[in-house]
Design a binder for this molecule. Structure first.
Ligand code: C5P
Length: 404
């Protein structure tokens, strides 16, 4: 099975001299966390803002600064730096460095490496709003875009120079997402994924609701990885504290009834449906118009069952691949197998929520994937993003086996 996880992992990060240099430190931290090797190159001006020691400590590699340093050249070498990069990122990129790249100037280590590399280049400008709007800079950006350089637009907001406007470096997390998108294999292009995530809230009175412990992390990881691999993603989400992944179409819902309505509306346009939501199985029979007052006597709640959304989709499916999730506390494989057949699914991802590193509100999962042919694939502990990759690998394998 091919893993969508085996992706280019070597980033060369060029840091030029802008106040947003401090954000580049966080960018390196996040990239290292995600398993990238990051080689930092700093321009002379960048050295005025942050010391190389900071980048060296975070990246775990010595920082390259000088073209003509004998030790650096023998240890890292500018052509070597250019060749080893799977992706060259310049963040923050000043007007000066963009001007130099656009006119072919290679007068320091970073510009020399940019000139010599055959890797993709991502440039994240950051500067004063008037500098950014200057037609000379805009002309340089257009020229470079025409040559295939990738750009991230600066964002609007307060600028260190005291101005408000477009010029801020995008948040490091967003730059990381862009990087993942550029290095990732785009093997889900053409897929329209419908993903559900998070819990439901079933209101009891104007103040209270019945909910569950789902954080939404698995569904959001599926959405994020789906976008990275080139799919169009619609995410139907119950209430979570998570930031919606870039590039997804988000539909926010509260109750299971709202989720059902949204899924039934969207599912015919989808090529695959992944139901990672912890759909509420019951809702209070009556929604009380006023707050239930505290009293001394026990009170009783009558709950009515909610429709099983996935089962309904399973009955109506028309070519879509259906993937369900089973959170179990016992007899994992047997229960999951039963759901796979009862709900007419193509795959089911089962996890024992009592196991360490698996289940609610953690970033990892220990899952077993079951298919209709009786295949039972037990996976080791991995991040929810890695698991999302594995699920898509199985989805693609399933598509290939049915089309061949
Ligand atoms: O709750 P259960 O373990 O049956 O959930 C298995 C799968 O069915 C999950 O993918 C869940 O999102 C989906 N489900 C649903 N509607 C329900 C209950 C569960 O779509 N009412």
């Amino acid at each position: 099975m091919t893993s969508g996880n085996r992706e280019p992992r070597n980033i060369v990060l060029g840091v030029s001299g802008g106040i947003a240099c401090y954000k580049a430190v966080e960018l390196v931290r996040l990239l290292v966390r995600d398993g990238f090797t990051v080689q930092v190159i700093m321009t002379r001006e960048a050295l005025e803002f942050v010391t190389p020691l900071t980048f060296q400590t975070i990246s775990g590699r010595s920082v390259a600064t000088e073209t003509f340093s004998l030790t650096q050249e023998s240890e890292i070498g500018h052509i070597n730096l250019a060749d080893q990069a799977d992706l060259l990122v310049i963040a923050p990129a000043t007007a000066n460095i963009i001007g130099k790249i656009a006119t072919g100037i290679a007068d320091d280590l970073l510009t020399t490496v940019i000139m010599a590399t055959r890797a993709q280049v991502l440039i994240a400008p950051s500067m004063n709003v008037h500098m950014y709007e200057n037609p000379i800079l805009q002309g340089n950006i257009s020229k470079l875009k025409g040559l295939g350089y990738h750009f991230m637009e600066p964002v609007e907001g307060y600028l260190a120079c005291g101005y408000e406007g477009r010029g801020r470096l995008p948040e490091p997390q967003d730059i990381v997402e862009e990087i993942h998108g550029l290095v990732k294999k785009k093997d889900l292009v053409g897929e329209r994924l419908l993903i559900t995530a998070g819990p439901n809230r079933e209101p009891l009175d104007p103040i209270r609701y019945i909910g569950n412990r789902s954080s939404g992390k698995m569904g959001y990881a599926l959405a994020r990885i789906g976008v990275r691999r080139g799919a169009e993603v619609t995410l139907i989400s119950g209430p979570t504290s998570l930031r919606p992944p870039q590039g997804v179409r988000l539909i926010s819902v509260l109750t299971a009834a709202e989720m059902r309505q949204a899924v039934l509306k969207e599912f015919s346009a989808a090529t695959a449906v992944l139901m990672a939501a912890a759909v509420a199985d019951y809702h209070p029979e009556k929604l009380l118009p006023k707050k239930i007052k505290r009293g001394r006597d026990p009170i009783q709640l009558r709950l009515k069952p909610n429709p099983d959304i996935l089962r309904e989709v399973g009955m109506r499916k028309n070519g879509q691949i259906l993937i369900g999730f089973a959170a179990e506390t016992e007899a994992l494989v047997a229960n999951a197998k039963k759901k796979l057949h009862e709900k007419n699914l193509d795959l089911i991802v089962a996890n024992n929520v009592t196991e360490e590193g698996s289940g609610f509100d953690v970033d990892t999962n220990v899952a077993t994937i079951l298919d209709r042919k009786g295949g039972v694939h037990s996976l080791p502990l991995m991040s929810k993003e890695e698991l999302a990759d594995r699920i898509y690998d199985y989805l693609l394998a399933l598509k290939n086996s049915t089309s061949s």
